[in-house]
Design a protein around this ligand. Structure first.
Ligand SMILES: *Cc1c(COP(=O)(O)O)cnc(C)c1O
Length: 346
């Protein structure tokens, strides 16, 4: 790996971050706070929240087995994705390399930040070769984006190839694990100390059922996390979100139970889809959704919309021609989808 100083933009490396009242005072017990121009009334929301979300990180650290100082929290994973560009990539000069198809936000954020985005097409099994990703890199490639399990394909990427990229690439490798709790494959969290260039993204939005609170996490070396913390908005995660996330995380068994039901339902849906005349192929999945190639995705999509059932038509995505992406719902919702599709006349 190149040194962080070589990888981080010069202006960011030398940045003196904004220092909030809450940053400057974190000493011993105090009871009169006249330092932040807050209103003394209207408790409990009159005070600024902890900019470093320390209470929440304590809980997360236990659940995830990652030290608190190796965790960044943001307004959804989307914030961590955007910050990654702003930290490492010089507009109009640097570039990133990504697999395709994958999650659309990596490319949108590259466009917003004026960073070149190089795509390397996955093979017919939606897998990649480390060598072809590395061949797409040049001296200005700062970041490689991987997503496993991948969206919209659903499959986990080959772990040996991910490890090859981590070992051979001199820049930052982001592995987005938004769907890892549904996967057979293990998270890469245990590999953080082995690979200082690894950044793992996870989220409360999927397995934890908390998309509305907007809480995304990045796990990385302490040095990388420090840079994220200095570039983020001081109060990027509001107090309600911090409290609600801690509450959800306090009951991991409940989440486990729901994840198991969703995986069972996924398998049930897949078995039934295989028997539908309109379904040509189901791709392997490790997520809370699956990709199905249909005889005519658009007409099935329109038919379902007419019945008030919305799935995602991914036909315009590379390698996903005629594919629908189906999110696993409750048992009742899944049964309604199936019975609608059984009534569909080809
Ligand atoms: C859903 C999803 C996320 C979650 O994004 P949030 O901003 O945390 O809600 C991240 N990455 C991928 C690949 C996703 O599909």
């Amino acid at each position: 790996m190149k040194s962080l100083e070589q990888l981080v933009r010069k202006n960011i490396w030398s940045l003196s971050p904004y220092s909030s009242a809450r940053d400057e005072y974190s000493g011993k017990e105090a009871h009169v706070f006249l330092d932040a121009n807050e209103n003394p009334y209207n408790q409990p929301f009159n005070r600024y929240p902890d900019p470093l979300q320390r209470d929440l990180k304590k809980v997360l650290s236990k659940v995830k087995g990652v030290p608190e100082d190796m965790i960044f929290l943001g307004n959804g994973s989307d914030e961590a994705i955007d910050l990654t560009y702003r930290i490492f990539c010089e507009p109009k000069k640097d570039n990133v390399v990504s697999i395709s198809p994958t999650y659309g936000m990596y490319e949108v954020c590259a466009d917003i930040n004026d960073i070149e985005y190089h795509k390397v097409l996955l093979d017919d099994n939606f897998q990649f070769q480390a060598s072809s990703l590395l061949a797409a890199c040049d001296e200005n490639t700062k970041v490689i984006w991987l997503c496993s399990p991948n969206n919209p394909t659903g499959n986990s990427l080959n772990r040996d190839e991910i490890v090859k990229v981590l070992s051979l690439f001199e820049g930052i490798v982001v592995v987005d694990e938004a769907y890892i709790d549904f996967a057979m494959q293990q998270s890469l969290r245990k590999e953080l100390t082995r690979f200082p260039n690894l950044i793992i993204l996870q989220t409360m939005s999927k397995a934890w059922g908390s998309a509305a609170i907007r809480l995304g996490m990045a796990f990385a070396s302490h040095d990388i996390i420090n840079i994220y913390n200095k570039v983020k908005y001081p109060y990027n995660v509001n107090l309600l979100t911090q409290q609600q996330a801690a509450k959800a995380l306090a009951d991991p068994y409940e989440t486990d139970k729901r994840v198991k039901i969703l995986i069972q339902e996924r398998e049930r849906l897949i078995v039934s889809f295989r028997e539908l005349p309109v379904c040509e192929h189901i791709y392997p999945t490790d997520a809370n959704f699956f990709l199905a190639r249909m005889t005519d995705a658009q007409s099935v999509y329109d038919y379902l919309v007419d019945k008030g059932i919305i799935v995602r038509n991914r036909s315009n995505v590379q390698l996903c021609h005629n594919c629908l992406r189906i999110t696993i719902g409750t048992k009742t919702e899944n049964s309604e989808l199936l019975s609608a599709l059984r009534q569909y006349a080809v």
